[in-house]
Ligand binder design. Structure first.
Ligand code: AMP
Ligand code: MG
Length: 417
């Protein structure tokens, strides 16, 4: 890693990720309704406000009894107890169970005071006014006891827990309707280029559709980002300047797309500088995605993504997404690489990491076999849409034979199952 925070020449992908993660800040915690919290991180320890279960309840449809009343019951010596009433899972206290009686209880019903066990309905013979039992009752059988899972004051969820569906269910169990989380960043997305038009309209010669805005909006939404402001701009410095400043003012993270290479109409770097964004690095020794620009303005982050669709997706996924994950307080923010064995030889003639699209499958020794896909050119998205993995071929020049070990990201954007 270069010293300080700013680098001028191409840096390695590893250095780039480290710089992004060192620069990215966690959001300030906010209270958030449970329905909007999936995948977010709990900002503080949450104690249980009460015992749970709140009251002892039956885990079966059956009959509440005192153990002593069925002490002598057996198949040969059935015992009948008069029925004192019924309690279903509903508001209201159950009637007490008088000695020598039984009470019909449904699953979830509070067990009556005095009841020591619930006998399953299937194990009885049910009459109009009396129930017959064919064996003794076991103390506590089929009763979930008040407070047996959670004691009031105990930690319900620890700070840093990801709010998975069961974690959200647990909060709701104890009556929480909101929770303190690190809210996702507001993201501004600026696609740039005189050639771009929105999908759906007729094309003039030389025009192409802006495929990256819908792609990255979807990727952001999948990462939990709901507030996305997307704009499309021609390659005009003044227009770009105004749009960028506007997005920067209203966002925590701005992603620009295109215009960061060395072309005559690549104005974005100039736009960043004149808007006071501090450069942290420009250019990463990788393919695709070498021209990536990264900087910060106060606590806000700016990613200048290259315009080729595959390059934009790789840079977004390896770096910008890690910043989003850091923002929402996740502990592991970088991509989670696995290792696999190449199914065929691969050559990398260039002195930069080659991130290849490919597939993976379990091999016969409990690992994975990985295979590059066809269609690795930077403008091609078809191979990403059709394959499941991103392979990391180390910086060359080198040739890896079939059987060599390489890192890969499984489920790269879902892919084909
Ligand atoms: P640039 O980085 O602006 O030089 O763009 C590199 C390549 O990506 C060019 O072929 C552009 O036409 C293409 N490109 C840039 N932005 C987009 C976009 N939003 N959607 C699709 N292609 C794009
Ligand atoms: Mg361009």
């Amino acid at each position: 890693m270069r010293d300080g925070v700013s680098a001028s020449g191409p840096i390695t992908p590893r250095e780039a990720l480290e710089m992004v993660l060192r620069t990215a800040r966690r959001a300030e915690p906010e209270d958030c309704p449970l329905e909007d919290c999936a995948g977010l991180v709990c900002a503080g320890d949450i104690p249980a406000g009460r015992d749970y279960p709140f009251f002892s309840f039956s885990s079966m449809d059956g009959y509440a009894v005192r153990v002593a009343d069925l002490e002598n019951a057996s198949a040969d010596n059935p015992v009948s107890l008069p029925l004192a009433g019924e309690k279903r899972a509903a508001a209201g206290a159950p009637p007490a169970l008088p000695p020598g009686f039984t009470l019909r209880v449904m699953t979830g019903a509070a067990v009556p005071a005095g009841a020591e066990a619930v006998v399953m309905r299937e194990q009885t013979r049910e009459g109009e006014s009396a129930i017959t039992f064919f064996g003794p009752a076991v103390m506590g059988a089929n009763i979930n006891r008040a407070g047996e899972e959670i004691a009031a004051g105990a930690r319900l969820l620890a700070a840093g827990t990801v709010l998975t569906p069961p974690a959200l269910g647990l909060l709701a169990t104890l009556g929480h309707s909101s929770v303190s989380v690190y809210p996702p960043p507001k993201v501004g997305l600026l696609t740039t280029g005189d050639e771009l038009v929105a999908p759906g309209v007729d094309l003039l010669p030389g025009q192409i559709y802006d495929s990256i805005a819908p792609m990255l909006s979807a990727a952001l939404r999948a990462a939990g980002v709901a507030q996305i402001e997307a704009r499309r701009c021609p390659d005009d410095p003044a227009t770009l300047q105004a749009a960028f400043r506007d997005l920067l003012a209203g966002s925590d993270i701005v992603l620009t797309v295109g215009g960061v290479s060395m072309g005559d109409y690549d104005h974005l770097v100039q736009v960043f500088e004149s808007a006071g964004v501090e450069k942290i690095f420009w250019k990463v020794a990788q393919k695709p995605g070498k021209p990536l620009w990264f900087g910060r303005a106060g606590g806000k982050l700016v990613f200048g993504l290259p315009g080729n669709p595959a390059s934009a997706l790789v840079c977004f996924s390896l770096y910008a997404l890690s910043a989003v994950r850091s923002f929402i307080g996740l502990r592991e923010c970088g991509p989670r690489w696995l290792e696999g064995t190449l199914a065929q030889a691969v050559e990398n003639r260039e002195a930069r990491v080659n991130f290849m699209r490919g597939d993976y499958a379990p091999d016969s020794v409990g690992g994975y076999s990985v295979q590059p896909a066809r269609g690795q050119v930077s403008y091609m998205l078809g191979s990403f849409a059709a394959s499941r993995a991103l392979l990391e071929i180390p910086s060359g020049p080198l040739r890896l034979e079939a059987g060599a070990r390489v890192r890969f990201l499984p489920h790269f954007w879902g892919g084909r199952l």
